[in-house]
Ligand binder design. Structure first.
Ligand SMILES: CC(C)(COP(=O)(O)OP(=O)(O)OC[C@H]1O[C@@H](n2cnc3c(N)ncnc32)[C@H](O)[C@@H]1OP(=O)(O)O)[C@@H](O)C(=O)NCCC(=O)NCCS
Length: 409
């Protein structure tokens, strides 16, 4: 089988959707693909052909994503799928290789990011697991806060229609985003098609999208987007549930109040909160944090397309002056030695002997500051040639707060 990879042609969007639909065993109504079309950049879609049959596709979104120190351009890799008839014959490999080489030649973004449908897929292409999330299942009867929970009498909760509340949601989101690695700017289209929609399919058996806003005279300071479903158990005891989709706040008092609004909803016995950050302040607010019933999941995966530019683009938590020997089979322009001087934000090729040798996926995993290099070294993935070099780089790359992308793209 000979596979050709090329950009999507002018009339090929329906075929691209059909491949994805089949690859993902999708259940959404096909019209929903039109929603996604408002977000995808057609000129950044790649397709794979077996003869004249489209058998795979992959895309990239032009994001501004926060990394330690502030936002940078990042390619958000998305819509990756291969027809079931052609799986495990190298179609994805051809697409990923072409995409990474294209990103390098294009030069707009030194970093690529994605959400993986399965955690075992992307390491071979140099992506590292850079962020994690926690999902909580909180019984509302066990959700009391500690006595030190913050409160602000100026704040009020308001029930709002999500679409009407959009300016307030954006104000809060954009206040939080620059300080949290992994969060990315949302275009109008992204808010409209990914965050606010409310079809039967979006509801997934739950009720309509609901919105709570915490605000004062200056406007919105926090919000929650969620769905709820009423129910009673066989003894007539209220047993409804809440599915929290997103909760953001620009200050601690607003954060606590929005959470209370979600947890205190009458007739609901449990709150499912998916994809929360691993340093979610709710862990400090609950008087009995075991009631979070937390489950761990991988979140964003990061690929350093151009390691030198990527390392020079972020800030560092501690000084480091090191020679790194990078291993990278998929993007050979990265393989070799770079001298990283964090104070000068410089990362240049060098012939000096290396202090550390590490594969590009391990560096990608550490890039957002949430995955300590020390742990990767303990797993045997980093080789230290100068004693102390590992500690130096690990301390420099660590960052607070923990990375978190919030919503899948
Ligand atoms: C996942 C998917 C894209 C893989 O495509 P593919 O063309 O079969 O992948 P390739 O043949 O290029 O495989 C490359 C390597 O990745 C491995 N691989 C592929 N899919 C994998 C998976 N789901 N889990 C673990 N390894 C996987 C292959 O075994 C192969 O390993 P090798 O190099 O050691 O032989 C395809 O199966 C698919 O579309 N799945 C459903 C949709 C999906 O999950 N898309 C990804 C969205 S993030």
């Amino acid at each position: 089988m000979s596979i050709t990879v090329r950009p999507l042609g002018g009339s090929e969007w329906p075929a691209f959707v059909a491949v994805d639909y089949e690859a993902f065993s999708a259940t959404y109504p096909l019209e929903m693909a039109d929603r996604w079309r408002e977000v995808v950049e057609l000129d950044r879609l790649l397709t794979a052909f077996d003869g004249d049959l489209m058998v795979g596709g992959a895309g990239a979104l032009s994001f501004e994503m926060t990394v330690p120190g502030g936002p940078i351009p990042v390619a958000g890799v998305t819509s990756v799928g291969v027809l079931p008839s052609h799986r495990r014959r190298g179609v994805l490999t051809a697409l990923m290789t072409r995409q990474l080489h294209g990103l390098h030649e294009d030069g707009r973004e030194a970093v690529a990011a994605l959400y993986a449908s399965q955690a075992g897929i992307y390491g071979r292409f140099g992506y590292g697991r850079a962020a994690d999330t926690l999902s909580f299942r909180i019984p509302t009867h066990g959700s009391a806060f500690t006595r030190s929970a913050p409160a602000d009498p100026a704040l009020r909760l308001r029930v709002a229609a999500p679409a009407d509340a959009l300016p307030g949601l954006r104000r809060v989101y954009d206040a939080v985003r620059p300080g949290r690695p992994g969060m990315y700017a949302r275009s109008d289209g992204f808010w409209k098609t990914e965050i606010i929609p409310d079809t039967e399919h979006d509801r997934g058996g739950m009720g309509p999208l609901r919105c709570l806003i915490a605000e004062d005279a200056t406007g919105a300071r926090g919000y929650a987007l969620f769905r709820a479903k009423a129910g009673w158990n066989e003894h007539g005891v209220p047993d409804g549930e809440v599915r929290l989709l997103e909760l953001m706040a620009s200050d601690p008092a607003a954060y606590a109040l929005v959470w209370r609004g979600v947890l205190d909803r009458d007739l609901c016995s449990v709150v499912h909160a998916g994809r929360r950050p691993v340093d979610d302040p709710i862990m400090h607010l609950l008087a009995e944090p075991r009631q979070l019933n937390a489950v761990w999941l991988d979140d964003l995966w990061i690929r350093l397309v151009d390691v030198d530019r990527a390392l020079a683009a972020r800030a560092y938590a501690a000084p480091a002056d090191l020679v790194l020997e990078i291993e990278d089979e998929v993007c050979p322009w990265n393989a070799g030695r770079l001298r990283l001087v964090t104070g000068k934000a410089s990362c240049e090729p060098t012939g000096a002997p290396p202090d550390l040798t590490l594969p590009v996926d391990v560096l990608g995993a550490a890039y957002l500051g949430g995955r300590p290099l020390r742990a990767a070294a303990d797993a045997g993935l980093v080789r230290e040639h100068r004693p102390g070099a590992l500690r130096e780089l690990s301390a420099a790359m660590a960052w607070d707060p923990a990375p978190w992308g919030c919503r899948v793209f």
